[in-house]
Write a protein that binds this ligand. Structure first.
Ligand SMILES: Cc1cc2nc3c(=O)[nH]c(=O)nc-3n(C[C@H](O)[C@H](O)[C@H](O)COP(=O)(O)OP(=O)(O)OC[C@H]3O[C@@H](n4cnc5c(N)ncnc54)[C@H](O)[C@@H]3O)c2cc1C
Length: 394
């Protein structure tokens, strides 16, 4: 377990480490006599080893340069509200995005509704329709845990690959901020529940170099992705705390700690599905190949939450795959913090630890729909995190 430490205690530890660093710089011979300073932050070691990997999953994020599609169209007698294309933010924005889609669907006046798709966006659309008094049937070719949403990292990441910066117009920003704030509020209602569907964790950005010495990346000529959180919902980001070498148990490294919302997707998805069924919701397994196939549905109004599937179903080539691979490992209940180190993210999900190479930029995996797991990438991710706990750190 991480030692519970007070803020005052932590600052004292960091101050001592800085002082020690100063002394070291000018008095080499004193080093053998200096008193050992106990790090004030002890992080329980993650059992990061390749033999503990239980499975490697690969999934594609449904990225659209212009952001999610939330417009409406009519196909024959069907009124379709689109709700897809959320890149790496689908879980995070789900409640807010689905609230928009549901308002549009309810405005049709219908009370028998169809939702096509049973991932993050389909489930939240269906639940919100029910809360608005509609009777809802979900039609989908796959259900959780066999949907792409079940293969996500499972953290609050509302602007991750949500659109390109050039498409982040003032109107888009307003809509994104509304979605993010709505979702954030709804997620607070899932805290403290049995099975911890949603919880907050501490997460540490770890670097071998002090912030001042970190090299700048080579310039990237590709159009940048939008980064919206600091500008638009900065008030929702808790303040971070820095730890200098000597003030923590991860060796001569620099740590920045922040709080992050984490979704334990197995428990969370089951909860959503259970609520939907308990509210009288129905599910039918169905696959649609063209928009015309949707004419067969009983309902006149439907929400299209087919995610990456919309690319084929609606011929929407603006949906671009961004490959992401998770190495899942045996859960370790004593680990309650996340890490980010050398382009690898570690998330302590209760339903299995998540190690993931995330590369140098959001272009990692861009336009790559390779579904085959890459064992070497998984091993690399795990061994990168393992380095933080090697004995030489002590
Ligand atoms: C590696 C990775 C990590 C991620 N991490 C995060 C994260 O930490 N936080 C976050 O917020 N987001 C994350 N995301 C993004 C998030 O997972 C997606 O944005 C989200 O899953 C999209 O959900 P969806 O409901 O639109 O699509 P899906 O989950 O793909 O669901 C689509 C549904 O539609 C059905 N369907 C599709 N086509 C058809 C058809 N033709 N006929 C019938 N049914 C059909 C499917 O069976 C399924 O039920 C991550 C994504 C990846 C790949």
């Amino acid at each position: 377990m991480r030692e519970p430490i007070g803020r005052r205690q932590l600052l004292a530890g960091a101050g001592a480490a800085l002082l020690l660093g100063g002394l070291e710089g000018c008095t080499g011979t004193l080093s053998t006599q200096r008193p050992r300073i106990e790090p004030s932050l002890r992080l329980a070691p993650v059992r990061a080893s390749s033999d503990r990997i239980t499975r490697i999953t690969v999934c594609t994020r449904p990225f659209r340069a212009q952001g999610p599609r939330l417009d409406t169209e009519t196909v024959g007698s069907k009124f379709i509200v689109h709700n897809y294309g959320h890149g790496g933010s689908g879980w995070s924005l789900s409640w807010g995005s689905s609230a928009i889609a549901v308002r549009k669907a309810m405005a049709s006046g219908e009370r028998e509704m169809a939702v096509v798709g049973c991932g993050a966006l389909g489930l939240t659309s269906a639940l919100l329709l029910q809360r608005n008094g509609a009777r809802v049937t979900i039609y989908a070719k796959e259900l959780p845990p066999n949907v792409r949403s079940s293969l996500a990292t499972g953290v609050w990441s509302p602007d991750s690959r949500i659109c390109l910066a050039e498409h982040a117009t003032p109107a888009f920003k307003q809509s994104w901020a509304d979605m993010a704030r709505t979702s954030y509020e709804v997620y607070q209602n899932f805290l403290g529940l049995p099975g911890a569907p949603v919880e907050y964790i501490d997460t540490y950005f770890v670097s071998d170099e002090p912030p001042s010495a970190r090299g700048r990346r080579a310039p990237d000529t590709r159009p940048p992705f939008a980064e919206l959180q600091r500008e638009l919902i900065g008030d929702l980001i808790p303040q971070s705390t820095d730890f200098a070498p000597g003030s923590h148990s991860l060796g001569a490294r620099y740590l920045r700690r922040n709080s992050l919302m984490m979704f334990n997707l197995s428990a969370y998805t089951r909860l959503l599905l259970g609520d939907f069924i308990a509210n009288g919701g129905k599910i039918e397994i169905a696959e649609f190949h063209t928009p015309d196939d949707l004419r067969k549905l009983r309902e006149k109004t439907l929400i299209n939450a087919t995610g990456f599937g919309a690319r084929a179903l609606f011929g929407d080539k603006t949906v671009i795959p961004v490959r992401g691979q998770l190495a899942r490992a045996i859960p370790q209940p004593d680990i309650d913090y996340g890490l980010f180190y050398k382009g690898v993210s570690f998330v302590p999900r209760r339903d299995g630890l998540v190690f993931q190479a995330v590369g140098e930029s959001d272009y990692y995996g861009f336009d790559d729909d390779t579904a085959v797991p890459d064992r070497a990438e998984a091993d690399r991710a795990v061994t990168t995190i393992a380095q933080l706990f090697e004995r030489s750190n002590a």
